[in-house]
Design a protein around this ligand. Structure first.
Ligand SMILES: Cc1cc2nc3c(=O)[nH]c(=O)nc-3n(C[C@H](O)[C@H](O)[C@H](O)COP(=O)(O)OP(=O)(O)OC[C@H]3O[C@@H](n4cnc5c(N)ncnc54)[C@H](O)[C@@H]3O)c2cc1C
Length: 388
């Protein structure tokens, strides 16, 4: 069928200027003729690359190196609207941004996840997180100043962004303490809500991460959900308490408030979408990235990770461009992807494979190496330089 490259002007609205949103808007702009509009809406004027926050924590990046103004997208012909999305009407594909209504012919929802650290009493007051840029920046000098004591790294149920991140945090803290020659005076322990590290990826991945932790003398306590904290003390679901000198946490997440209160919310509060096309139940509305709940054969959802948000964004953008131009929409997200596990000393492990494989994800682990570390650097470069 002949394409309609120059058909009537259509408007694509992308909600969220994170990894998924920025990739989708850029790809759409590259694919579509200039008379079609691509509009990106984000709460903040800047994009920040969360996967590099751990390097901000470990002093390898300055915050300015992982931050870009979204205004650069305007030069490429993407309209940027900075403001809070207050309402989404998916049936009409109309969104309200700080009182102003925008109607789309095609809508891509990539609003990420809200942090829910407040569900664990005292956690925010007693600890610090590397899951925000500010938190990672605050942690950096504090970790460098440690000379003795106990560092607890905790994850929290039911869900958090990037399954590798808390383990990377513990390993990077360990590396800093070793470099400073004080590791012998500091106990480092991970208390995870889940029964094993990166468990969705399979028992082989969990075992590999546990072995890396053990090799570095990091105590690991699986299935140990933190329930409350106060300065110097953390309480756990099994009734036990731990003392600490520093508490570092990966906060649990909840669906963004604007999604939870919209018809897009599925039974879990996240958006249900077709796991290959990312189409929602509403025609012309797609959901990608962290705000999406994609079921896996093992009964758990696809982990929240930027690599998946990125791949989904490209598939959705290609399909929207195809629909607009009257071509068949054939792109799919196939469930392939991987997670880097930064281990410090310029190395990273890498667990990658097919998360949609049945009956369970088929993921292999590559042991820590310089090459895998450079793979994570390349992911950062790909997003920060290619799209922004
Ligand atoms: C410490 C850390 C390390 C990580 N490491 C990795 C890694 O190594 N590899 C990897 O693949 N992934 C990693 N991740 C996960 C990755 O960052 C996320 O999966 C990815 O950012 C998801 O992209 P997204 O587009 O779905 O959401 P986001 O990137 O979170 O973007 C959502 C955007 O929507 C905006 N927004 C939300 N609500 C509104 C609203 N109401 N109105 C307007 N704007 C709104 C937000 O401000 C944000 O800009 C890491 C995450 C953390 C926290």
């Amino acid at each position: 069928m002949a394409g309609r490259k120059h058909g009537p002007a259509e408007t694509v609205v992308v909600l969220g200027g994170g990894v998924g949103g920025v990739a989708a808007a850029n790809r759409l702009r590259r694919r579509l003729d200039r008379h079609h509009r691509v509009v990106l809406v984000n709460r903040d004027p800047d994009f920040t690359f969360a996967a590099s926050y751990l390097w901000v924590m470990s002093g390898k990046r300055r915050p300015s190196q992982v931050t870009r103004s979204l205004q650069v997208l305007k030069r490429r012909g993407i309209e940027v609207v900075v403001g809070d999305v207050e309402n989404i009407d998916p049936a009409r594909r109309t969104v309200t941004v700080e009182g102003r209504q925008i109607t789309a012919d095609h809508l891509v929802v990539s609003l990420g996840a809200d942090y829910a650290a407040d569900t664990i009493p005292g956690l925010e007051q007693a600890g610090e997180t590397f899951a925000t840029l500010d938190g990672a920046q605050r942690l950096s000098p504090v970790i460098k100043a440690i000379t003795r004591g106990r560092v607890l790294v905790v994850t929290a149920a039911p869900l958090y962004r990037c399954p590798a991140a808390p383990y990377e945090a513990a390993l990077l803290i360990d590396a800093i303490l070793r470099r400073n020659g004080v590791r012998g005076n500091v106990n480092v322990a991970v208390h995870s809500a889940e029964p094993g590290p990166m468990g969705v990826a399979g028992a082989n991945v969990s075992a590999a991460v546990i072995a890396i932790l053990a090799d570095r003398g990091i105590d690991y306590h699986p299935s140990h959900q933190i329930t409350a904290a106060e300065p110097g003390r953390a309480d756990f679901a099994d009734g036990k308490s731990e003392t600490f000198d520093m508490l570092v946490y990966m906060p649990p997440i909840r669906p963004p408030a604007v999604i939870a209160s919209s018809p897009l919310a599925g039974t879990t509060g996240w958006i249900d979408a077709d796991r290959q096309t990312l189409a929602t139940a509403f025609p012309g509305v797609y959901a990608i990235g962290d705000n999406t709940q994609l079921p896996l054969g093992i009964g758990k959802p696809l982990p929240r990770a930027g690599v998946f948000a990125h791949a989904q964004a490209l598939a959705v953008a290609d399909n929207i461009a195809a629909v607009i131009e009257g071509r068949p929409a054939t792109s799919t997200f196939d469930g392939h992807g991987g997670c880097f596990i930064e281990t410090g000393f310029g190395k990273a492990g890498y667990g990658s494979g097919n998360f949609f494989a049945e009956p369970s994800p088929k993921v292999i682990v590559r042991p820590p190496s310089r090459r895998q570390h450079l793979g994570k650097v390349a992911f950062e470069y790909n997003v920060m330089r290619r799209w922004l």
